[in-house]
Design a protein around this ligand. Structure first.
Ligand code: CTP
Length: 402
């Protein structure tokens, strides 16, 4: 399992649902490590939480054995996301005020990861001004809040306060683990239903011989994030990707290719599309001859590396006389005079929008991006965002246009 959450189970009748959550997450390939508060342990046992998570269950800040095995600071950093489910009014009040007097609250204060609270309590406690104030503070601190749902409650009352269902919590966890800093796109409308989006991503590889190739540093993260966000808005997505080491986004039709020529053929085969988003860092050139055996060193001096130009996929699809996607979006990787070069590139390629990014910093391979979106009317500069949030903003803009 490549992702891990730290699950804090605090004391509420909904604690049993946290056990189901561990199972749902494990089926989705997400590992869970559990902290059980003293209150939580009144409702579920460390034994059941440990059996389901397959890991030590931590409970007491003052437990020397636990603390020697993994200190509370290390514990707070050992996961990709911290989830408090169920989150009682008490633990949220403490977290909102920075009170740290047991393992769970100390961990919440010490963590450098995003925290998700899944509240569960009586409706009056939920509606109390103090709870609402604390929730607002936690939100402003960057925490994610899931639920609560409305319905009949264990205490016999009816209203908002039920803990969200494990499948819904797992969806939100996956969404956050994918890099989203808000949950807005998760249950939003699906304006792209019935639309087909074609996206290219990653680098291409142009073989010199069976073991060597020309390529670049593209990680594919931005293109994959755009594909996922278009899909989240309801589009059917074909993602034509060069070799990358990230997982295929769920629900997206992934076509893997190596070379620029293969990428062009795969894109042509995927048409018609309503929108084409060309994010791939296509190699501009390829060796004009690929040796069929490994080139040996020093036999006749340096091997000649003669290059020829690769097809320009963006330009080809932008200039289709028949079957041109309604909206064609190119990307421009620039290191200087970003907006000016990108505007010139838009005209040269014939696309409708071009998204410029300054790749002089850590954009290639990094998790953040600052985009400038340029169309015939002008340029719009977006703030520095995670690639996932930038992708969501772009997908929404595409949906608006389509
Ligand atoms: N692109 C493409 N096919 C190519 C080269 C680029 O589809 N053979 C697309 C990219 O996916 C991107 C846009 O064209 O959407 C611009 O890519 P970029 O590398 O910035 O521009 P180049 O055309 O390669 O120009 P230059 O290297 O001179 O900046």
């Amino acid at each position: 399992m490549d992702k891990r959450i730290l699950l804090i189970i605090s004391g509420g009748i909904a604690a049993y649902k946290a056990l189901f959550l561990i199972r749902v997450l494990s089926k989705r390939g997400i590992a869970t490590r559990v902290i059980l508060t003293r209150g939580g342990a009144e409702f579920v046992t460390p034994l059941s939480a440990g059996a389901l998570s397959g890991d030590t269950v931590y409970g007491d800040l003052w437990n020397l054995t636990d603390e020697a095995e993994m200190g509370h600071i290390e514990l707070s950093r050992s996961a990709d996301l911290v989830v408090v489910a169920p989150a009682t009014a008490d633990i949220m009040a403490k977290a909102a005020h920075g009170i740290a007097n047991d393992l769970a609250t100390t961990t919440l204060l010490a963590t450098d990861k995003r925290v998700m609270f899944v509240p569960a309590m009586n409706v009056r406690m939920w509606e109390a001004p103090a709870t609402q104030r604390n929730i607002e503070t936690l939100r402003q601190d960057g925490s994610l809040i899931i639920g609560p749902d409305a319905g009949a409650m264990a205490c016999g009352e009816f209203g908002e306060g039920r803990m969200s269902e494990p499948e819904d919590i797992a969806d939100a966890i996956e969404h956050a683990l994918a890099g989203h800093t808000t949950l807005d796109a998760l249950r939003g409308p699906k304006p792209l239903l019935g639309k087909h989006a074609l996206v290219t991503a990653g680098p291409t590889r142009e073989a010199i011989d069976p073991v060597r190739y020309l390529s670049n540093h593209s990680s594919g993260k931005q293109g994959y994030a755009i594909a996922k966000n278009l899909q989240a808005l309801g589009a059917k997505v074909t993602l034509v990707s060069g070799p990358v080491s990230i997982d295929a986004p769920l629900g997206v039709n992934l076509v893997k290719v190596e070379t620029a020529q293969d990428m062009l053929s795969a894109c042509q085969a995927a048409l018609p599309a309503d929108v084409f988003v060309s994010v791939a860092a296509v190699a501009d050139w390829r060796p004009s001859v690929t040796a069929d055996k490994k080139i040996k060193k020093g036999q006749s001096g340096l091997p000649p590396l003669i290059l020829e130009e690769n097809p320009d996929i963006l330009k080809t699809l932008s200039n289709l006389k028949v079957g041109r996607p309604k909206l064609v979006v190119g990307f421009a990787a620039e290191t200087n005079d970003v907006a000016a070069h990108a505007q010139a590139k838009r005209l040269k390629k014939g696309c409708d929008w071009i998204v410029a990014n300054d790749v002089s910093g850590d954009v290639m391979g990094g998790d953040h991006n600052t985009m400038i979106v340029i169309d015939a009317k002008g340029a719009e500069t977006w703030p520095r965002l995670t690639k996932m949030d930038a992708a969501q903003k772009l997908a929404l803009k595409i949906a608006e246009r389509l």
